[in-house]
Design a protein around this ligand. Structure first.
Ligand code: HEC
Ligand code: HEC
Ligand code: HEC
Ligand code: HEC
Ligand code: HEC
Ligand code: HEC
Ligand code: HEC
Ligand code: HEC
Ligand code: HEC
Length: 497
């Protein structure tokens, strides 16, 4: 069925009541954030270890003045090398403190490379001196114990594992082993913020501020590979496209970003100036749902209880008669949000509504379904549930079998049969109702021809119709509720036609 989406309807702006997540470490930040643009994402590639402190060439261009190129890095002096032969022993070189250079284009073919000193890491214990609240929260997450996890299975010295389980492994200034560098064990502040040694010595220096990097690419440097391809799955989910949806939408405006952009949400929470549709950068990233420092009581470092988390966005908000409700999945599951024919709220639960009860797995029970395979490999990886939609048939490898999430309560055969029966019934009922609200159809009920009282009834019918349609599950979320909402609509159009 083709979904209609009319984003011309009223969209009330609701402040999200985010739970106190990793409160700002100290007052200075809150004060400094005011009137400041939200930190930009600067990461351009993924790296085992999180933020990669090595210098990387970001752009290179042949101009009339020569070869212009730029790189990123965590502090020079950098040495720029150039040669016409990639295998050359000797390269021409010079030092610079900048992150851009212009070279004379001397050869037909020219190679450049760049090197910098290994950055200074401080270790979490040093960060703690000034960021003690954040440190306390972090120390209770499993990130802090990531080396212990390796040791527990006798892999504490395996160089293949250490890049994602320690700080700076492989760099001369990073983790070496437990005797020499015990303070770099585990996933720490500097995996996610970049090397902070200079900042720790000189916190007032603006040029050395650690990064605030909220892009999934940062987490995804480690949360990848065939054992836990979380990033790879997230990339397939529409959450990773949420910002471009708005930027390409004719009615896309700043108010949409609350549910479609992480940098907007963070700016709102941390007190930065909110980005606009044009300059917002990020979609719905790992840190939209997960509190990176912990400090939350929900499993998996989730920012809220799972139903409430998904329900921050998958909600019709305050949509009421005269509006066209969008994404009312939270209300549908709970059994609220539609109307009786007298205009009172229709409330109707089904068995699935129990999943939305406090402590329930709610949406995640069916939509975040992890699945372990035997001998995970590229073609057949484990599944973490981060495509969020195990029913999306366009996604093949990275999804749990369709009914894995139902199996606590139904067999696959039962779920498959009843799902399809119910969905086609609801689909047929929606198709039968649609013409009454469509100006181009012969069955169209024109509100202009109705009394004020009947106009209101028609609004109820139309609301309920859109409510069931926009939910998208075609009855599965809450069979009784969807069915009653459609009963009400059927009765009303029967009376008015
Ligand atoms: C000596 C005290 C001190 C130490 C040690 C310290 N910081 Fe900071 N940090 C600060 C202060 C003060 C600010 C606020 C500076 C500002 O906003 O300009 C700050 C800001 C930050 C920010 C926010 C940057 C921004 O853009 O607003 C991050 C992230 C951060 N520190 C991480 C770390 C990490 C990681 C470590 C350990 C490697 C660390 N800090 C060690 C004092 C310290
Ligand atoms: C340097 C690699 C690395 C980076 C970067 C990283 N992680 Fe992790 N993460 C790990 C490892 C390793 C574990 C498992 C630790 C263990 O169980 O010992 C883990 C565990 C987790 C867990 C389970 C935590 C718990 O306490 O239940 C969550 C959630 C998580 N990471 C989210 C994130 C998010 C969100 C980001 C980015 C903001 C991120 N990670 C960045 C390596 C990383
Ligand atoms: C590319 C980064 C990366 C590398 C390399 C890596 N790990 Fe991990 N490891 C992670 C992440 C991320 C997690 C957390 C996964 C999650 O909770 O979804 C993790 C979790 C674990 C866990 C906790 C149990 C589990 O599976 O969730 C064990 C044990 C573990 N890793 C062992 C190893 C061993 C042994 C190696 C080397 C052979 C290794 N890891 C290499 C990133 C990595
Ligand atoms: C798993 C990755 C990760 C780790 C580990 C981590 N951070 Fe962060 N940190 C982030 C992200 C992402 C943000 C911005 C988003 C947010 O706070 O929700 C952030 C934000 C911050 C900020 C800005 C204020 C704020 O809270 O938003 C400071 C300061 C900071 N971190 C310091 C630290 C210190 C100190 C440590 C170690 C004790 C640490 N972080 C460990 C990922 C991490
Ligand atoms: C911060 C807001 C936000 C949160 C939190 C959120 N979502 Fe979403 N979700 C969206 C947006 C926006 C889209 C549509 C993105 C697009 O198409 O551009 C979406 C898309 C989806 C889709 C795909 C729908 C389709 O038409 O294919 C599913 C399924 C989904 N979300 C499930 C969940 C679940 C389950 C949770 C909780 C674990 C959750 N979402 C949390 C905003 C959110
Ligand atoms: C209250 C949170 C919220 C706000 C505000 C919001 N959206 Fe969304 N949007 C969602 C969710 C959740 C989804 C995915 C659920 C679904 O498809 O049913 C979504 C999906 C979409 C889609 C994809 C629909 C589809 O079926 O493919 C478009 C287009 C869209 N939104 C546009 C907008 C525009 C334009 C605005 C601002 C006028 C906006 N949204 C404001 C939460 C929101
Ligand atoms: C739309 C919300 C959402 C987004 C975005 C999201 N996650 Fe999750 N994540 C969840 C939910 C829900 C769970 C399941 C928690 C549970 O079942 O207890 C989960 C589970 C996890 C776990 C396992 C935690 C545990 O203790 O077993 C890890 C690790 C994780 N996510 C990492 C990530 C990373 C890395 C990203 C970005 C690539 C990401 N998540 C993006 C919602 C999200
Ligand atoms: C009992 C299992 C179950 C629960 C619980 C559940 N869903 Fe669903 N959901 C489904 C099924 C099945 C579909 C239909 C998928 C299809 O037919 O492609 C669906 C459809 C959707 C869709 C539309 C996807 C699309 O492809 O258009 C979204 C968005 C969604 N659910 C979000 C949520 C959210 C948010 C919650 C929690 C408030 C939730 N779901 C709870 C099973 C569930
Ligand atoms: C927590 C347990 C639980 C989970 C998980 C669950 N269900 Fe259900 N479901 C029930 C119960 C109980 C009923 C009502 C029993 C009945 O009608 O026989 C039900 C009813 C249904 C119905 C309505 C059947 C009818 O009467 O026409 C469908 C369809 C359905 N489930 C599909 C699913 C699908 C698909 C999933 C997984 C995506 C799922 N359920 C997950 C417990 C669950």
């Amino acid at each position: 069925m083709k979904k209609t989406n009319h984003y011309t309807g009223r969209h009330s702006r609701k402040k999200f009541a985010l739970p106190a997540v990793a409160g700002l470490a100290c007052v200075i930040f809150a004060a400094q954030a005011l009137g400041e643009a939200v930190p930009q994402s600067t990461i351009t590639h993924r790296s085992a270890g999180g933020i990669d402190p090595k210098p990387y060439i970001e752009s290179i261009e042949l101009t009339t003045n020569g070869l212009q190129f730029e790189w990123s890095g965590f502090g020079g002096p950098y040495t720029v090398f150039t040669s016409d032969n990639i295998a050359a022993q000797e390269w021409q070189s010079f030092e610079t403190n900048g992150t851009a250079a212009l070279l004379a284009a001397e050869y037909q073919k020219q190679f450049v490379k760049i090197s910098g000193p290994s950055p200074v890491f401080a270790g979490a214990a040093t960060c703690m001196q000034c960021h003690s609240d954040t440190h306390t929260e972090w120390s209770e997450t499993s990130h802090a114990g990531a080396l212990e996890t390796l040791k527990a299975i006798g892999q504490g010295e395996n160089g293949q594992c250490l890049p994602c389980h320690t700080v700076g492994y492989g760099l001369p200034t990073g983790y070496k082993n437990e005797t020499e560098t015990p303070y770099f064990a585990g996933v720490q502040c500097e995996n996610c913020h970049g090397p902070g040694g200079e900042h720790a010595m000189n916190p007032g220096d603006e040029s050395n501020k650690p990064l605030i990097e909220m892009s999934s690419m940062m987490c995804g440097g480690c949360h990848t590979d065939t054992h836990h391809p979380t990033y790879d799955e997230w990339e397939l989910s529409s959450h990773s496209d949420a910002l471009s949806t708005i930027q390409n939408h004719p009615f896309g405006g700043d108010s949409c970003l609350e549910c479609h952009s992480q940098d907007y949400r963070y700016a709102e929470e941390a007190g930065y100036d909110m980005p606009s549709v044009e300059n917002a950068q990020l979609s719905l990233e790992c840190s939209t749902c997960h509190a990176p420092h912990g400090g939350v009581e929900h499993e998996g470092l989730l920012r809220a209880e799972v139903g409430n988390l998904c329900g921050q966005c998958h909600t019709q908000e305050e949509a009421t008669l005269g509006d066209s409700p969008h994404h009312p999945q939270f209300e549908m599951l709970k059994g609220i949000g539609a109307f009786n024919s007298d205009g009172t709220p229709l409330e109707q639960t089904s068995a699935h509504s129990q999943l939305a009860a406090a402590g329930g797995q709610a949406c995640a029970q069916c939509h975040v379904v992890s699945f372990e395979v035997e001998n995970p490999n590229q073609g057949n990886p484990n599944v973490t549930g981060h495509t969020f939609n195990p029913f999306d048939e366009s996604i093949t490898t990275h999804q749990a079998p369709q009914y894995a999430g139902c199996s606590d309560c139904h067999t696959s055969e039962w779920a498959d049969q009843h799902r399809h029966e119910l969905q086609s019934e609801v689909e047929n009922r929606l198709a039968a109702l649609a013409p009454y609200f469509n100006e181009d159809s012969e069955q169209y009920i024109d509100p202009a021809q109705l009394s004020a009282a009947d106009q209101e009834k028609l609004q109820i019918a139309e609301f309920n119709y859109h409510y069931v349609e926009a939910d998208g599950s075609l009855g599965v979320h809450n069979k009784n509720n969807a069915s009653e909402a459609l009963d009400v609509a059927d009765t009303i159009v029967g009376e008015l036609q």
